[in-house]
Write a protein that binds this ligand. Sequence first.
Ligand code: IMP
Length: 429
Amino acid sequence: MSTLVILGTQWGDEGKGKIVDLLTSRADVVVRFQGGANAGHTLKVAGEQIIVHLIPSGILYPGITNIIANGVVMDPAVILEEKNELRSRGHFLQDSQLLISEKAQVIMPYHKLIDLGREELLGSSKIGTTGRGIGPAYEDKAARIGIRAGDLLRPDWLRKRIAAALDEKNFLIEKRFNKPPLKLDQVVDEYLNFGAQLSSHITETTSLIYSKISSGSNVLFEGAQGTLLDIDHGTYPFVTSSNVVAGNACCGSGVGPSSIEKVWGVVKAYTTRVGQGGFPTELDNELGEELRSKGYEYGATTGRPRRCGWLDMVVVNHSVRLNGLTGIALTKMDVLTGISPIRIATSYELDGKITDRIPSNIEDLGRVIPHYREVKGWSEPLDECRSFDDLPKNARDFVETVEHLSGTPVTLVSIGPGREQSILRKPPF
Ligand code: IMP
């Protein structure tokens, strides 16, 4: 058995896409198990930049099976767009490179209308969603009125399922959001057409993953978003609508917990967040601006500027515990070059008490005062370093401080966007 889960430990955008892309060269199967087109994974290969939202990052390697598993809410239009874009750039030449679980939930036009309509009505208390219909799609899954990928291949059944959902959705669209209702025939035709275009990909994937794991293939589970956006364990209500923690690699793809061997959390060397919600180490100043421009911190999905701040080990350690991390991939170290001293939050003060836990209530999180440790920065560029020993001493000390504060080995250090700008310290499989 050789399985590895890779996920974000902060509020997403930690650089998971690059790490997954790098490690996929050693994987046979890559599985996306939650979220939807709200994620944006930026991949850089030979100077070329590719952003994928739904198709797993392993798509750039021919010969790897990429699976969009049952826990994902998938937007067929986005998958087809990504497929065309990848093909036009010489990738994803075989349909067999991508399988979509017939149980994956499908994003419908009413999900996007409701997502955007709600945010508009919420005004200043909005969540700051990506507007991709993620929340409403997961709601429908729980309400048992969701449309699943396999339904797109059954015309009569699809019509029945959409008709059953549309009654209630049109009531909301017309009465609550003042928009014209959706027409059943139009939606059914559009989605049957999507089904026809995706039919070679839609299949049963759970037993395939089981047999791949049983036969000793290297299976990589690719998380989206970050642990602090988890619906249960994140900064609720400013979170996404799925469980993003490692445990959901099991539910979201149909494997048992004993099949998960390693869990690596991606930690950005500082912190960023898009959308609303608490962020104790935020730097709302020139230094935050410097991190944003040096790290090119703009949302890969929405283009929104990301809020930037110091590395927060209270956040990272929350993730270490929740995900049972066995390794950390530390990214974007190069962005810190030239900044000294570097601050790392190690605890919070709340109402005069010191804590190393994230308060469950968002109002409390807004009141915490982070306590910092300062470490010396470095001025040497890191982008040419190819081994841990190539790093300047203060950069090595920074890595070791992260290991010490988290009790978790830093198994990979990333010092630039390119595949080659990575120092792998432990084998992933
Ligand atoms: P939703 O997932 O579109 O419903 O958005 C809910 C929250 O999660 C918002 O704050 C989004 O900005 C955030 N979010 C969703 N996906 C990502 C991601 O991939 N990276 C960073 N933030 C995300």
